[in-house]
Write a protein of this length. Sequence first.
Length: 232
Amino acid sequence: MNEYIQSRKSVRKYDMQHLSNITIQKVQAKIKDLMPLYPDLQYSIEITDKTKGVFNVKAPHYLVFRSLEQNDEAFANIGFLGQQMDHYFHEVGLGCCWLGMAKPDLDPDDALPYVVSMAFGKPEETSTRSAQEFKRKALSEISIGSDVRLEAARLAPSGRNAQGWFFIARKGAINCYRKKAGPILSQVMNRMSAIDMGIAIYHIALESENFIFRKEEKVPDNKGFIYMGTIE
């Protein structure tokens, strides 16, 4: 399995000194090189040094993810893109952390609708962990069928570590489902659940020789979950 998947950790303590201009330019270049899950959707990723909100992590920099569309596909797209940045930060020795309850300190009039943020910077704590330190549900709780890539999805991060996803593996394909939220806070929780789904799908993509994601017309029903798509 990819080393990043086996050892990544969300970082919540940072050196508050701003990163060099060269480092920020490299981050901006990486943003332009990301592969979306849904190429036709319009999105933007900005770098800022200020956000606000509940459970906001203090960091020198933040990524602000926005999307014109506000639906399951758009939110999963943001999760897929953001986890690529998580991967990049890990590779270059920086730390990062998804911030589901944060929002931009300033919101320009011409900006796309806000989705989610990610803190990043030089970590003041370890940015890796051992496999034994992961607190995750067993594969039997989140999947049916056998596919070696499901372990990569199991280790993916999620909002409040809810792991609100389910996978049905059969004949080399993986059907992906997100948990449907209840009536209380359903708008927020459904958004976060779809973002988490995109994050898990990226982990599966890292373990796939040929990654294809699309919606199938006929898939097994999964009570309490919403079908998001199938990985070929």
